[in-house]
Each structure stands twice: as C-alpha cells, then as structure tokens.
Design a protein around this ligand. Structure first.
Ligand code: ZN
Length: 859
C-alpha cells in the first residue's frame, strides 16, 4: 500500500533538491530557442497576498511548459524596493528603511520559495541595493547626456506646519497632511524631469508593434499619450507681444471672441492694466493653492478675471479681450487658448457668465443659430459661415472639410501652421525624500550642473539619517554629504539632494536580469540583445499606463544610446484578473463585517445593529475582512493545491472568486492522481514499456485516444491565451479515463500514466516530481520533453450516429467511423429506433449528414 499524499513533506523535499541541483538556473545554450518569462516584480511589503500568488503561478506555468518544450528559459525575480512605506516605517517605528526593507525581502523570498516557483535566484535584484542603483544613476546620466533630463520649476505639496514636502499619497482626500493635519499648500520648486515627450510619436506609433498586448491596455496608452492634430496660431497683443495658441479647430478662428490665459502665464503681469491689478493678483493667489484636478473639473462654476487688455484676432483683425482663468493650465499646450463660445461648451459657459460675445461660425443644417440666444454651444456638424475664405465649406476634420482648408489657408497667409499636440507631459522624477536613488549630479557655482563621473558611482545613500517627517528632506540636512568639491573645477559645490521617482527603478530592471551580476556595466549588450524582448510579461492592470509606458521609453532611449537593439521591451503582455472573495457589508452604515462575526451565513446580519447584510465579491483586502492568507492555504493543502485552484478557477485575465469548496476539490483531485499513479507503480503486472503493439483492443484504443486528446487540448490551451482553467479540466478528464480504463496492465495504460504526470508537471510541480520518482524514472520530470501528439490516435473507430424522425432526435447508435452515406442510412433504417418510430409509416425522404445524423421524413 502506497503512502498517503503528504504535500508538506514532498514539497519541502523537492524544493531543496531543486535548489541544490540548480534545476531552475538559466540555461545558456545558444542551440535552443530562448524564452523570457517575467512577472512584474513586487514591492517588498513583507507579506505575500493572493494577488501575488496568482501572478507568479501563471508565469511559472508558462516558464515550466517552455522548458519542457525545449526552450532555454529566463525566469527571474527581484524587488522593487525603494519607496515611501519604508520611510514611513522609519518615521513611525524608528527602524531604518534599509533594515525594514531587507527583513521584508527575506520574509517574502521564503514565502515565494514555498510556492515552488522556478526562479533563477542567482539573478535576483533589489532596486535599493547599491550594485543595482549604481546603474540607475548611470542611466540617468545617459539621459542627461542625450538632452533628455532637465530641471524646471514645478509645484509640490507643501505642509506648512511640518515645513516639508509631501508625496501625493501623504495628502488625504480633503487635501490635508497625513501627519500634521494641516491644509496642504502648493509650492514651486526646481525639479528634475525626463523628456518623454520627445518620444511621444514613437511611443504611440509602436503600439502597432504590440499585437500580443491586450487591446484595452494599448488603448489606455494611446489615450494617455493623447495625440491631437490641429494648428498653431499666433495672436498679437495690443502691446505687441505674441500669444501662441494650439487649437484642434482652427476653422473656428473667426468665431474666437476672447482669449484665456493660465494665471501663471508669463505675460499676465505685462498685460494687466492698472485698475485690474488687485483682482488679478488675488485670483492668481487663489489658483496657486488649487490642484490641477480641481482647476479642470468640468462641473465647477467658471471663474476668471479680465486683464484689461486686448489681442488682435489674426484672421479678421477684431479686438478680443484677454482673460485669465484657472481651468487653463500652464503645463498643457502653451498656457493660452482662443475661446470660441458658440462651439465649445466650456467657453460658452464662461462667455455667458461674463457677458462676452458669442459668434456663430458653424450653422447646422435645418437650423439658424443665433449667438445672442442659443442655450448651449454647438460642437457638431454644419456649414461654415462668417468665416471669410471658409464660408460654405462643410465643418469637420475630414478630407476637404473646414479644418484641413483652414490649416492650408493659415499656412499660405503666414498666420499659423499645422501641428500635432500631445496630452503626454514630461516626467517629473524629483522626490524630496530619502529612500530612493540619489540623483547623481553636483551643482557648482561656476560650472553649473555637473554629472557625477562614472568612476564615482554609485552615489550611495548615507546611513546616519534622522527620520522625523519634518523640515527639509533628510539628505539635504546632511552637510557632510551635501558639500563636495566640483568634479570639474574642484571648487566648493553641492550635491543634488532630490532622489528619483521609484518608477525609474522599474523602468529597466528587465534588462538587468539578462546580466544581473555584471559589476562593470549596466549589462552586456550581447546578453541583453540575446534575451530581450521579454516574451511573456505578466502583471496587474494597475500598471497598464505608467510602468509600461516608462519601460517602453527607457528601452527606446537606451536603444538610441547604442546599448540595445530592440524597439519594444515586452512582446506579449498578460494582465491577470483580481483575486476576489465575498465581503459582508451593512448597507445602512457602510461598515464591513468580518465573516467570523456572522452566526447564520444564510441570513447574515450585523451583530451590532441586527441589520441584514449585503454579500458580494470584492478584491481581497484587509479593510474588507475578506483576505485569505496564502500561508493558511499552503499550510492546510500545500502549494500544488493552491496553484491548481488558482489556475482552475478562472481564465488568467478574468477576476477569480475565492471558493473554499473548489480548493478542497483540487486537493481531492491531486489525491486521486496520487492514488492512480502509485497504484500503477505497485502493480506487479503493469507493463514496463509504454510502447504498445500495433494491434490494440477496443479499451486500449479508447484509452489511447483519451490520452492524445488530453495532449492535444492541453497543448493548445497553454499556447496563445493560456486557458489554464480548461487545461486543468482536461487533466481531470484524463485521470477519469485512466480510472475507468479496463486495461491496467497494458502498455497503453503505462503511456497514459506517464503522460498524465508530464502534463500535470507545470501545474503541480512537486506532486509530479514525486510521482516521477515513484515510477522509478531517472532525472527530473521538469527536464523531460513535453508529450508529443500522435494524430493517428485521435481517429475514432466508431462514431455516435444521431437518429431523427421528422427532425426530432429519437436515439443514437454506435456505427463504424468509416461508414459512407449509404451505409449510415442502412444502419439507421435497420436500427430498433427506426423500427419503433417508423412502424406503419411511409418514408418520404432520408437526410444523411455524414459523421453526424440520419433524419427520416415519413408519413
Ligand atoms: Zn565647477
């Protein structure tokens, strides 16, 4: 009698063996095709949650299948380890961020190892380690040398009580500081930017090179980049200055009746007339305190102040007033717009509030709009009117329509030119915090901004720092660290004290994995070119925009610096769905109630108030009391069951609803596989060879067909969309077919057992390895080839023929698969079913669908 299936014992045993024998190390064999499988690396919070388990299991199955298919696979793991939580822990608990982070990494690494994930741990990276961030700093200098890093003033969140800069996450929904509770102000600081806008067009165009990405993610990136076509037009002020605007509707220029500048526009001071000075200054101060989101909120009441000055509309030379309003942002476009109230709703509301002229230049068909009386802007189609050379032309962006004609006319007249505009802004990377990569530049009074020379990298984070959460950023308080000689002239100079946005760390980590231990370079170009691009990237949809866009940007810049030869970093992207569990909420109070406080689960009520509770599925979270700790599932059932459940419960891209009964079901299934294989191993009469003779009995043929159907279906499921849920169903069918088979001593049965173990290996790697050993087979199951498909085994000897009378199914009949039409009709006519239903009737017509059915039309 075989031992019971004991996941705790076999999982730990095999994890040790795999580690000792280095089975998961990357194979550098140029004769094999490469496959780079990557999960988005985690922030080391200290605790693994089910979302992680799902993400990493999906990628692990893909990596394991590819290895069995003969690829050399790169499947690494690391830590996105800089960031605010570590600094907050230092402030709250007095633990140094480095220590806190290291502890968390150790804890999460051991949790990952218990899942049996086939990582090459030799390539582990942590972005907070100097041997990694040295190259983050080196990359920054590449950007600087390429003219893609620059400084300019930008607003930060300022806590007036603690006198410190706050990250967006430290400002609550009411705009108050997380620590002091003070109302957060906005303050201008000189900060570093990366010029991602220089790559806007290419980042947009190259989305076409990513057919392996979800359509939704490509669309999100496209919208984020936000390309719009239109024209640049220059208005002259009365004082003679140029006011440049970008408009997507240059055809409506004749309807522009005022201009609006951002309150921060550099010309505001010059344009403001004496009587307007007080009102303008007050408005500017008010706008400065508001966030961009508040300022551009569509629903809010329009506000603004007239500067007292006018501009000249270049197309019809009319004088139009110049206003300032907070909904125009200096960071977008030119910080100035022409307002066409008749055809833009926001401009319309503004014009009505301040009694400004509304001039119609597009007349819709069958209607006569009047600027004085219209109730809303008309942004739709129509014919151009009161527009000089455009009169009578259909309004719109198509060929031969008003926008195209307007651009041609502006260019001919020298009044403007066609231009593309992007919503994408340059990337603000400066953070006034400690736990990040120091920006490697030195500010010298005579040489200006000097990059730290390569041989002085890394600029390491000093350790003796005080974390109070108050005052200037910790780095700027360290005089010894800040004051250094200029690398160029030797004069007294100062280090930059800003650190980098942590999104920079994760914008190139996939490149470092290709050559993770290189001490002399960011990576060896030949190695990076060999492994890149990542063949399958797996991660959450929350990273659909920024992380992926920044990684694409970094890749293109490093390509242009001659370091790599690829355009795009990730060939295929899978965004896995969330892991959800049931939550119980009191609809009256909005409070979530932990499940262990509910006495009757069929009629859940709030124990405090007696109110009936609503139950629904939501993403697992502490605050909703619906989390399931991976440790608990692993402790009870083992990693293989956890993996099987997660893969079986939903397709990878869909949300998964936790279900304890289904976890239990997978555990039972693995027990069934265990029994099947161990009983075979102990059967003294079992065939020692999988090689069957040519002349198979019917049970053997049936079983062999089931085995090869499983190979075919599972091989298809693991390609393309990775339908692991149906693959697990196929594994269950195969195990049923083996259980039911009437030929346990046959070589076909032996083939079935060995195939089952191979097919289940990527999904339940420990169980498969243990069973492989119990079968007495040499080597690791994970180094076996993927089972090959014998197409001829799929061919059925018999088919099930459906018999219909007058279109109604009356029964089925097993007939030889080789039967032709005439034979099928004969079998059907002679069947008991036909005898019974056609007795006493005359057959008028017989319809035969080969391989499927025979239908009798009779009276
Ligand atoms: Zn100098």
């Amino acid at each position: 009698m075989a031992d019971k299936y004991t996941p705790a014992a076999i999982e730990e045993k095999w994890q040790q063996v795999w580690a000792e024998q280095g089975f998961d190390k990357t194979v550098e064999d140029p004769s094999k095709p490469k496959f780079y499988a990557l999960s988005m690396f985690p922030y080391p919070s200290g605790n693994l949650h089910m979302g992680h388990v799902r993400n990493y299991t999906i990628t692990d199955v893909i990596a394991r299948v590819r290895r069995m298919q003969g690829y050399r696979v790169l499947h690494p793991m690391g830590w996105d380890a800089f960031g605010l939580p570590a600094e907050n822990a230092a402030i709250d608990r007095g633990v140094h961020p480095a220590k806190w982070t290291d502890q968390n990494i150790d804890q999460m690494r051991s949790q990952l190892q218990q899942l049996g994930l086939s990582y090459d741990w030799d390539r582990e990276v942590a972005t907070c380690s100097p041997d990694y961030y040295q190259w983050t700093q080196w990359s920054f200098i590449q950007f600087l040398q390429a003219g893609l890093a620059y400084q300019k003033e930008a607003a930060v969140n300022w806590d007036p009580i603690d006198q410190t800069v706050l990250a967006n996450e430290q400002v609550d929904s009411e705009g108050k500081s997380w620590r002091s509770g003070a109302k957060v102000e906005r303050k201008l600081l000189k900060q570093w930017f990366l010029k991602i806008t220089a790559y806007a067009d290419e980042l947009l165009q190259d989305l076409d090179k990513l057919p392996g990405w979800p359509e939704r993610v490509r669309l999100m990136q496209e919208n984020w980049i936000g390309k719009s076509t239109g024209a640049k037009v220059v208005f002259k002020t009365e004082q003679g200055d140029d006011l440049e605007v970008f408009t997507t509707r240059p055809d409506t220029l004749w309807g522009a009746t005022f201009m609006v500048l951002s309150p921060e526009h550099p010309l505001v001071e010059k344009l403001t007339t004496e009587p307007q000075q007080e009102a303008i200054a007050a408005y500017q101060a008010e706008a400065a305190a508001k966030s961009d989101i508040d300022r551009t909120d569509e629903g809010k009441e329009k506000t603004g102040v007239w500067t007292g000055s006018y501009a000249i509309n270049p197309v019809n030379h009319t004088k139009i007033p110049i206003w300032i309003a907070d909904y125009v942002l200096m960071g977008y476009g030119t910080g100035a717009i022409m307002a066409v109230p008749a055809h833009d709703q926001r401009d319309f509301e503004f014009a009505r509030k301040f009694h400004l002229e509304v001039r119609v230049v597009v007349q819709p068909e069958g209607d006569i709009l009047d600027g004085a009386t219209m109730a809303a802007a008309w942004p739709g189609e129509g014919v151009m009117v009161h527009s000089g050379p455009l009169d009578g032309i259909p309004a719109g962006k198509g060929e031969g329509q008003s926008v195209e004609k307007a651009i041609a006319w502006l260019e001919k007249e020298g009044k403007g030119s066609g231009q593309d505009n992007f919503r994408l802004r340059d990337w603000l990377i400066s953070r006034q915090r400690y736990w990040g990569v120091p920006i490697p530049v030195i500010h010298c009074p005579s040489c200006g901004t000097v990059p730290v020379p390569d041989e002085q990298l890394p600029v390491t984070l000093p350790e003796n720092v005080e974390f109070s959460g108050r005052g200037a950023s910790p780095l700027s308080q360290l005089d010894d660290w800040v004051n250094v000689p200029c690398p160029t002239c030797g004069a007294a100079a100062q280090r930059e004290t800003d650190t980098m946005d942590t999104f920079i760390d994760s914008s190139w980590y996939f490149l470092r994995f290709t050559d993770a231990n290189n001490e002399g370079a960011i990576f060896d170009s030949a190695k990076a070119n060999d492994w890149m691009p990542v063949d399958q990237y797996v991660g959450g949809i929350e990273h659909a925009i920024l992380h992926l866009l920044y990684s694409r940007f970094f890749t293109k810049v490093l390509r242009d610096r001659g370091l790599i030869n690829i355009d795009e970093p990730f060939s295929r992207l899978l965004t896995q769905g969330m892991v959800q569990n049931i939550t119980y909420k009191n609809p009256k109070t909005g409070k979530y109630i932990p499940i262990d406080q509910i006495t009757d689960i069929d009629h859940p009520v709030d124990p405090a108030t007696g109110d009936p509770l609503e139950g629904f599925y939501e993403k697992m979270s502490k605050s909703k009391y619906n989390g399931v700790a991976p440790q608990d599932v692993l402790g009870k059932y083992g990693a293989d069951t956890a993996r099987m459940f997660i893969l079986f419960k939903a397709p990878p891209e869909k949300d998964l609803e936790w279900d304890d009964a289904d976890v239990e079901g997978q555990y039972r299934f693995l027990n069934r596989v265990w029994r099947l294989v161990t009983e075979f191993a102990e059967n003294p009469a079992a065939a020692k060879s999988e090689q069957a003779t040519a002349d198979l009995s019917k049970p053997e043929k049936d079983l062999r067909r089931a085995v090869h159907i499983a190979i075919k279906e599972i091989s298809e499921d693991i390609e393309g969309d990775y339908q692991f849920n149906t693959a697990v169903s196929e594994l269950m069918k195969l195990s049923n077919a083996l259980s039911d088979a009437k030929c346990p001593d046959s070589p076909v049965y032996a083939e079935g057992i060995h195939t089952l173990v191979k097919l289940i290996a990527p999904f339940a790697p420990h169980l498969a390895e243990e069973l492989w050993a119990q079968l007495g087979r040499a080597g690791s199951i994970h180094q076996q080839g993927w089972p090959g498909l014998d197409e001829s085994a799929l061919v059925a000897d018999e088919i099930t023929l459906v018999i219909q009378i007058m279109g109604k199914t009356r029964g089925t009949l097993a007939v030889p698969a080789s039967s032709d039409k005439a034979a099928l009709e004969r079998y059907a006519r002679e069947s008991d079913i036909a005898q019974k239903y056609l007795a006493g009737k005359e057959i008028k017509k017989v319809i035969v669908v080969p391989g499927k059915l025979v239908n009798f039309v009779a009276q």
